[in-house]
Design a protein around this ligand. Structure first.
Ligand SMILES: Cc1cc2nc3c(=O)[nH]c(=O)nc-3n(C[C@H](O)[C@H](O)[C@H](O)COP(=O)(O)O)c2cc1C
Length: 368
């Protein structure tokens, strides 16, 4: 890390999210940058996520008192300062050396929940020891059922308040930016042979869900739900949080956009459990769109990685504070004083004004 990079990490004085992304791009080497912004095969799912978010426009209401906009809520017993979760990011230590622990500190100090990936470092027990507090653990199944039970039990012992299964990654995709450079994500580089067996993840079924619900007393989040029938089945199986995601376009290529899957999933869930959505949400206004279309929380994966690359703990804190301002301003200008006032009537579809891409939420990035 250069002296300049270290200084920027301590201070994180960027004034806008565009500056945050500029700093991230400056700090990361090409391989790590491409790992963060890239996606599977043609990257169509990634662009479609952005295209769909950009294809919703606001139809604001006027003359509502918005002198106090309230954005706080609660998820799995934890107070949430904004309706945003920090999704699991494998190899997050590639973006800033503190990795999962820097994210944990920022999540705790800011006041939102982190979902920690099993493929990043430090590991979940070290993170819990370093930063005690409510947190969700996302585990890729790299062993048999007793291996899984052991890890869930240990996560509970370590104080995790939720357990997340990622169901869109039964096999690992081909991410061409990484493939063409023979880039191996940092956690993959240090994985032992015992850690690297994806066959258990591939053979995961509804039976796995039933087993977890029968065996462990921990709220279960299923991440990667895109079909309303799967959402219904999850709720019937006792899943506690439905997480709509196509993995930021990093898994199935040519998947539908998450914000397009959201309304039907939300209708199927019918308020029985909270719904989270991610995929292409980069700005406060994007978050508000997700909430209008039925999500209770929005996950922001690349945002988290970019903020970490911009300034580690301080970068994520600063990024989240700017995001909070953007959410509050969008809601006020939309005439929505609280989360309950957000609904689909505040949106309609329109042609996007920019060519959708992973960074199209930052059109000024090369101008300043
Ligand atoms: C660098 C990177 C690593 C990721 N690693 C994981 C992971 O370990 N587990 C997981 O469930 N999802 C992982 N994801 C997917 C995110 O949790 C999230 O679903 C996705 O980033 C959302 O899309 P967005 O980046 O457009 O916000 C990763 C995403 C990125 C960008």
């Amino acid at each position: 890390m250069s002296e300049q990079h270290a200084k920027e990490q301590q201070e994180a004085t960027f004034r806008s999210l565009t500056e945050m992304v500029q700093l991230a791009r400056k700090h990361l080497e090409r391989g790590d940058w491409d790992y963060l912004v890239g996606a599977a095969d043609t990257e169509a799912s990634l662009r479609r996520n952005r295209a769909a978010v950009e294809s919703w426009v606001f139809k604001p209401r006027i003359l509502n008192d918005v002198s106090a906009v309230s954005v706080e809520s609660e998820l799995l017993g934890s107070a949430m300062r904004i309706p945003v979760v920090l999704p699991p990011i494998g190899s997050v230590q590639a973006f800033e050396a503190g990795g999962g622990i820097s994210v944990a500190r920022a999540a705790k100090d800011f006041g939102i929940l982190q979902i920690l990936s099993s493929s990043c470092s430090p590991d979940y027990e070290a993170v819990a020891q370093g930063v005690p507090g409510p947190r969700i653990y996302q585990l890729y199944l790299m062993g048999d059922r007793s291996w899984m039970d052991d890890h869930i039990g240990r996560a509970l012992d370590a104080g995790y308040t939720g357990f997340c299964l990622t169901a869109d990654t039964q096999v690992y995709s081909r991410r061409e930016r990484d493939v063409m450079k023979s880039y191996v994500p940092m956690s993959g580089r240090s994985a032992s042979a015992a850690d690297g067996d994806f066959s258990h993840q591939a053979s995961m079924t509804w039976d796995t869900i039933a087993h977890i619900k029968d065996t462990h007393d921990i709220p279960l989040i299923v991440k990667g739900v895109m079909h309303e029938d799967d959402a219904t089945r999850c709720v019937e199986a006792g899943v506690d949080v439905i997480y709509v995601s196509n993995h930021g376009g990093r898994q199935l290529d040519h998947a539908m956009a998450c914000i397009d899957a959201l309304p039907q999933v939300s209708q199927a869930v019918a308020g029985r459990v909270p719904v989270v959505v991610d995929g292409g949400f980069m700005r406060g206004a994007d978050v508000v769109k997700g909430l209008c279309l039925g999500a209770d929380f929005v996950g922001m994966g690349r945002f988290e990685g970019l903020a970490m690359a911009a300034g580690g703990y301080a970068g994520l804190m600063r990024g989240l504070k700017i995001l909070e301002q953007e959410i509050r301003i969008s809601m006020a200008l939309l005439g929505a004083p609280d989360l309950a006032s957000l609904n689909p009537s505040l949106l309609q579809r329109a042609q996007p004004v920019a060519e959708p891409s992973v960074l199209s939420a930052f059109p000024l990035i090369d101008d300043y």
